[in-house]
Every structure is written in C-alpha cells, then in structure tokens.
Design a protein around this ligand. Sequence first.
Ligand SMILES: Nc1ncnc2c1ncn2[C@@H]1O[C@H](COP(=O)(O)OP(=O)(O)OP(=O)(O)O)[C@@H](O)[C@H]1O
Ligand SMILES: [Mg+2]
Length: 257
Amino acid sequence: MAPLLSVKNMTHYFGGLRAVKDFNLAIDAGQINGLIGPNGAGKTTIFNLITGIYTPTEGTIELEGNSIKGLEPHEIAARGLGRTFQNLALWRHMNVLDHIRMAHYSQLSYSLFDAFFGSPACRAQEQAVRENSYKLMELFDIAQFAMQNIGNLPYGAQRRVEMARAMATNPKILFLDEPTAGMTPDELVRMIQIIRQVHRDFGVAIFVIEHRMKFVMELCQSIQTLVFGEVIAQGPPEEIQNNPDVIEAYLGKEDLH
Ligand SMILES: Nc1ncnc2c1ncn2[C@@H]1O[C@H](COP(=O)(O)OP(=O)(O)OP(=O)(O)O)[C@@H](O)[C@H]1O
Ligand SMILES: [Mg+2]
C-alpha cells in the first residue's frame, strides 16, 4: 500500500541557493516522524514545500497517492494536511474559542441563507462546532483561557492553541514546526503527554521539526537529520542519537543524551 505521504527527490533553490537537496520521505498513517538539524539546515523550508507555501524546483509530493505539488496551501489543508508555524500564526486580539471555532468552517455545509435565517441545520452544526471546540480545548489544556485574547496567554498556551486549531480541521497528518520552542522543562513534559494523547485519540500521523532531543527521542518512530539541506542520517531514535555524523553536526550546540 502507498504511504500516506510520499516525497521523492525533492530539491529546491532560492535563487542561486540550494536550500533542499534530493529529499525523500514516506510516512504511513498514524506514524510519527521527526526532522532535526542545525539552524538554517532547511527544515522549515521542507515544511513550506510540502504544505504548498513554495513549489519545489524538482521532485514529487503525494498525499494518499495523489500529487499535491503546486496546489495552494488551503487546498492541501483541505486534503488532510494540518500544520503549525515556527513563529506563531495567531490573531493577538481574537479569543481562543474563536480561533478553534473558525478553523472548523472549512468543513461546514450550511449555506449563507441558512446562516442568515438561523435554520435548524445551521444551528445544529454551530452546536456541534462549539462542542468539538470545547473538546479540543480540554485536550490541549486551554479551556480555562477560552474567552481570553491570544495576546494575554502564556507562550506555551499560545502554541497549544495553534495545535488545537490545526486539529480542528481533522487532519490525517499534522506538521509541527518546533512545538516546544521557548517552553519550560515542565511545559515540555506536558506537551509530550498531550501529543501522545492526540496521537492516540485521533490516530493522526505526525511530522515534527524539533530541537529538544527528549521530545524526538520519546515520540518519534523514525528521525531524519538534515544538514545544509541534505539528509545525512535517518533511522530510529537510538540509532540517530549514537550516529557520529549527527553528533558532529550538533557538537557544542546540543546535548543529544
Ligand atoms: N523565502 C526564502 N528566500 C530565500 N532564502 C530562504 C527563504 N526561506 C529560507 N531561506 C534560506 O534557506 C535556508 C534554510 O532555512 P530554513 O528556515 O528552512 O532553516 P531551518 O532548518 O528551519 O532553520 P531554524 O532551525 O533556524 O528554524 C537558510 O539559508 C535560509 O536563509
Ligand atoms: Mg525553521
């Protein structure tokens, strides 16, 4: 059977700079894969290429066996690929509940006429959206902030709002760009628990960029190490952690154990 997400021989140039070289990836339904590498290695660029922000210079990208290369980001999202951003993409003056509710609207089926006249179909769907929003906020530990504006939330909670919003679209695969960046050690441990539960409850596949080794070691089945746009090692966490090339790439920057 074809993998859920398959990327083959993906290469990308920004002008004369080759940011990604011959990248390959296969993620099966429900699998958790990690992408690590030093700053500027090209990790976020790989996310942006697969999610449609950029179109790769070369290569193929398939979701459930269908090409998604060249599609708009919202079209790719509608096919089941959800994501978060390295720098939070939230509206500071909008509250938490509205963020999560709005994310549902790409999936609703009532018409503008229904919405205007408040038809029963419309009201039933609104109710379902509300219930699901609260369920997601509970899961991501942000229900206590439901009515608060994003700008007033602690940073860790803002990251969880972004994740809950991505899950509101009910994705088959979730891309997380440094989900624990800026978090305290306690928040990191809590985030690992939350992602484990989301993975279990939704059976969603996850592709995650992360610098915190504790996170990738505990959650990922397979890890790729990217250096200067090229994968220099891939395999299960224990193997990657002890790979001399990986240690060399991180030397002096990070403690892999
Ligand atoms: N839109 C762009 N135009 C030109 N160059 C870019 C663009 N986006 C990224 N780059 C360059 O591509 C390279 C990879 O950047 P990228 O942001 O993908 O790295 P990263 O691995 O995510 O780094 P970090 O760990 O700091 O987030 C860098 O040299 C960066 O300057
Ligand atoms: Mg990045």
